[in-house]
Write a protein that binds this ligand. Structure first.
Ligand code: SAM
Ligand code: DTB
Ligand code: SF4
Length: 341
């Protein structure tokens, strides 16, 4: 018997409570998750973020899922950081398609001093365009966090990926505690935290419950929790995991995240190429209310924007509106002229 009320914001989850939620009959789980979802959100609205890879490949970390680690043999070329102009171009496309947030990712263990001013500039110009800004750059110094706050960064993404116990099986060049420390710094600065995980790396059911417990017991729940289905990439140590994850298990994790963190945006993230439209619809029923939107993730494919629009249409889902840009009343054409002049 549950000793809490569904929909309450609580920070003292036990792993047994989370497993009881996750393991109940599928229909009961989806019903509970949808009930909680409706207490805090419009059930027919989904937030959309578009990814831009601002620095590709050659990363010093050894994340065994990632095409961008210098230790993996995915065939991805190491590239220099892209120009601000390129970010503007991609931001304009994302905005025109209706995305509300631009998430800029870099294949770094941490940003270096030389590149950082350009990152700050990217935050400023994307904000100018009326999009919300998100960065994911690895670990940050206190000074860098303060500079990002000053530049007006809205969100910082820093995933825990898996349970503390399974973490060393996936990454050895940093610890779970390193990740928690960075998240804590971001949270203290007042920048919104986006932190999630990956399902399908060989972790067990209990590791997924443990990961959700870590998020659920944070002093403040992350503002958004991306749940990624592993994209198995040739040349990475996890390439053999292709086709190994049951989509119902993935949907169970999404629905459990919704119940554990009632006010958090739960993002149906990487891996949608391997999920049917019906499986994705079950994720939305289970309380997912955010996606990565746009034809590409960082280095791999994502469903085409047009396909997502068709799916939303079939489900009667509306994309969350870009209220900031609308309030400013700026026309895209005017901004394009201003920023590309
Ligand atoms: N280097 C930074 C870091 O690791 O924090 C930012 C970029 S990194 C690519 C962002 C996140 O993408 C990772 O933490 C991981 O959760 C996710 N990711 C990377 N490769 C993935 C894959 N093949 N499948 C699913 N998720 C993946
Ligand atoms: C997140 O949780 N997933 C995104 C974003 N945050 C940075 C990245 C997914 C990457 C998938 C594999 C690739 O495209 O390289
Ligand atoms: Fe580097 Fe991030 Fe990829 Fe890990 S996930 S190898 S830190 S880019």
């Amino acid at each position: 018997m549950a000793t809490y009320t569904l929909g309450d914001i609580k920070h003292d989850w036990t792993v047994d409570e989370i497993r009881d939620i996750m393991d109940q009959p599928f229909n009961d789980l989806i019903f509970q998750a949808q009930t909680v979802h409706r207490m805090h959100f419009n059930p027919n609205e989904v937030q959309t973020s578009t990814l831009v890879n601002i620095k590709s490949g050659g990363c010093a970390e050894d994340c065994s899922y990632c095409s961008q680690s210098a230790r993996n043999y995915s065939g991805l070329e190491k590239e220099k950081m892209i120009e601000v102009q390129k970010v503007i171009e991609q931001a304009l496309v994302a905005k025109e398609r209706g995305a509300t947030r631009l998430c800029m990712g870099a294949a770094w263990r941490n940003p270096n001093k030389k590149d950082f001013p350009r990152v700050l500039e990217m935050v400023r110009v994307v904000k100018e365009l009326g999009l919300e800004t998100c960065l994911t750059l690895g670990m940050l110094s206190d000074e860098q966090v303060a500079q990002l706050k000053e530049a007006g960064l809205d969100y910082y993404n820093h995933n825990l990926d898996t349970s503390e116990a399974y973490y060393p099986q996936v990454i050895t060049t940093r610890t779970f505690q390193d990740r928690l420390d960075t998240i804590d710094k971001i949270q203290q600065s007042g920048i919104n935290v986006c932190s999630g995980g990956i399902i399908g790396m060989g972790e067990q059911h209990k590791d997924r419950a443990e990961l959700l417990r870590t998020f659920g017991n944070m002093r403040m729940h992350p503002n958004s929790v991306p749940i990624n289905l592993l994209v198995p990439i040739e040349g990475t140590p996890l390439a053999h995991m292709k086709g190994k994850t049951d989509s119902f298990e993935f949907i169970r994790v999404i629905a459990t995240a919704r119940i554990v963190m009632p006010q958090t945006f739960v993002r149906l993230s990487a891996g949608r190429m391997d999920l049917t439209d019906e499986a994705q619809a079950l994720c939305f029923m289970g309380g997912a209310n955010s996606i990565f939107y746009g034809d590409k993730l960082l280095t791999t494919e994502n469903p085409e924007a047009g396909h997502d629009e068709m799916l939303f249409e079939k489900l009667g889902i509306k994309m969350q509106q870009n209220k900031k840009a609308m309030a400013e009343g700026k026309k895209l054409a005017e901004q394009t002229t201003e920023l590309t002049a």
